[in-house]
Design a protein around this ligand. Sequence first.
Ligand code: TXA
Ligand code: MG
Length: 307
Amino acid sequence: MNKEIDLAKKTLKNGNLVIFPTETVYGLGGDATNIEAIKRIYKLKKRPTTNPLICHFKNKEEIDKNFEISKLDNLLINLYWPGPLTLILKRKKESFIQPLLSNNSNLVGCRIPNHPIANKLLESLNFPLAAPSANIATKISSTHPSHLSDELKKNTYILEGGSSTLGLESTVIQTIKNEIKILRLGSITIEELKDKFSHSKITVENFDLKLSPGNQKKHYSPNLPIRLNVLEVHKNESLLNFGRNNLKSLICEYNLSPNHDLNEASKNFFNYLYLIDKTECAGIAVAPIPNYGLGKTINDRLIRASS
Ligand code: TXA
Ligand code: MG
């Protein structure tokens, strides 16, 4: 892996882009202090600059240098970093992070990932990495290199790291005094946050475009139409199933977790959506998924995918 990390490092130093694995989904990374690299990310991803990028750091010291951190932020950080938490923090004046990364707002999404390759790459660099999920805007996130589109492959250097272990994106949080605002549902569940932060107010602003511009209705979309919470499968539909039931497809079925395990379902989610989208059928029928814990995040993605 050392040779690959060296090549990735060279690519990034030249202002070019590297796709790298994280525990949530693959990221499309560029030097967060280089405006040309930031422009390249928005362009390649076809994302408007009004939807900011998050910034990946090697350690908390680097974040301390660039951002203000409240008491409640610190509690979240100690629990979840490195890991699937993106925290919206206020940048300090002296920060070298490119303002375009956050569309000139002084609030920036920050994360320390938990993946041996991502962490090794970040360790080798003397700048943080701006990195949205490695997919074209509104399309399915990538949890394996095989999901990457030709356009992304052609224009980047790719660090391969197999399948993402969690499979759903980070939970995006902004704290305001003693309040935890969830701006995007993700791999850390609401139930877990309520349990760990019983003295804080916890709210979900998952559809507020002003607070979280990435929450547009159409997102995570396959090419085929999707029907959710089906009670029966039409004869020309493929089936994305969950648990054991009487649903049957005449064409093809992927079961996110026959054992009704939401962790397993999360890990399989984007991969199965990608695979089922390749089948020859008129549409995708999706079985009901329990609406708690990670099931809430999966349902959030499915609602946007079907919109
Ligand atoms: O798990 C993840 O978070 C992955 C991996 C690669 O780290 N990254 C990811 O990035 O999902 P992206 O850009 O696809 O999603 C980040 C979300 C978007 O919905 C964006 O709108 C929101 O975070 N976001 C970023 N910066 C923000 C900010 N300053 N204020 C509010 N929301 C922000
Ligand atoms: Mg994304």
